[in-house]
Design a protein around this ligand. Structure first.
Ligand code: MN
Length: 258
């Protein structure tokens, strides 16, 4: 199982969640919302060989934490994955749009200079601007659009730009999310939960909830649930290869075993 976008350090019972992920052998990309959280979260998950930590600055916090861009740039050489980054166009956050934009651009420029990163990207109500900004930084790396909720037309544009997608149970709970998944190339899809922010029923989503999506994907793609699992592991392996993660470094990456 793969949870490619999870805020693992923000669960109240984070220690138990990490242990359970380890027991269940789940590959987890633990995203962070501020650069200053990266070192602590990395230390927290240390020793769990299937958990990696992404260096992020969430668009909701861009206006409050833009001063941490220096920390971001200092840590980037050590970080193999970047996220959560992006833009959010909801009305409460639109007032901080200039800060969001300048933070997103500076992060993409830094990734470009660093040789590219695998990036988990937030695009709520901001898909056209996210795509335009990504297109302006073509060597920033490989964007994985997390919880894509834009139009079908913009989805095609994202596909043409080389974006990947991570989809979660909350997204597939709705008709629109299921329609969007059906339009995504199955060799560029990964699973995620966005826990603990995303919910399943009334509780916070946990990484092993990704399993609940397998029957739907199986039906959609016309392959068995086991084959869905293999497809997703192959996708992760391919993404890591494309992203050059670990290349020339001693860092072990999220490599999957057959
Ligand atoms: Mn998130």
């Amino acid at each position: 199982m793969i949870d490619f976008h999870c805020h693992i350090d923000l669960y109240q019972n984070a220690t138990e969640i990490v242990k359970e992920c380890n027991d269940r052998r789940i590959y987890v990309l633990a995203v962070t919302t501020t650069p200053s959280a990266w070192e602590g979260t990395s230390a927290f998950v240390k020793g769990n060989e299937r958990i990696r930590v992404a260096l992020g600055l969430h668009p909701e916090l861009a206006h409050q934490r833009k001063s941490e861009l220096e920390i971001f740039e200092r840590l980037l050489p050590k970080a193999r994955y970047v996220g959560e980054i992006g833009l959010d166009g909801t009305p409460e956050l639109k007032v901080h749009w200039n800060d969001q934009m300048s933070v997103f651009r500076r992060i993409l420029s830094a990734c470009q200079k660093a040789g590219g990163r695998i990036m988990t990207v937030h695009s709520r109500r901001a898909v056209p601007d996210v795509l335009e900004t990504l297109a302006a930084h073509p060597r920033a790396g490989i964007p994985v659009l997390h919880w894509y909720s834009g139009s079908k037309r913009d989805l095609q544009r994202a596909i043409d730009l080389g974006c990947w997608f991570s989809v979660g149970p909350a997204m597939l709970a709705g008709e629109k999310g299921r329609m969007l998944l059906a339009e995504m190339p199955k060799n560029r899809v990964l699973t995620e939960t966005d826990g603990p922010f995303a919910t399943v029923g009334t509780r916070a989503a946990v990484p092993w909830d990704v399993e609940t999506m397998l029957p739907f994907m199986s039906e959609l793609w016309g392959i068995s649930p086991d084959q869905v699992g293999k497809q997703l592991r192959d996708n992760l392996r391919h993404l890591v290869e494309l992203g050059g993660v670990g290349e020339g470094h001693n860092h072990r990456h999220l490599e999957t075993k057959p």
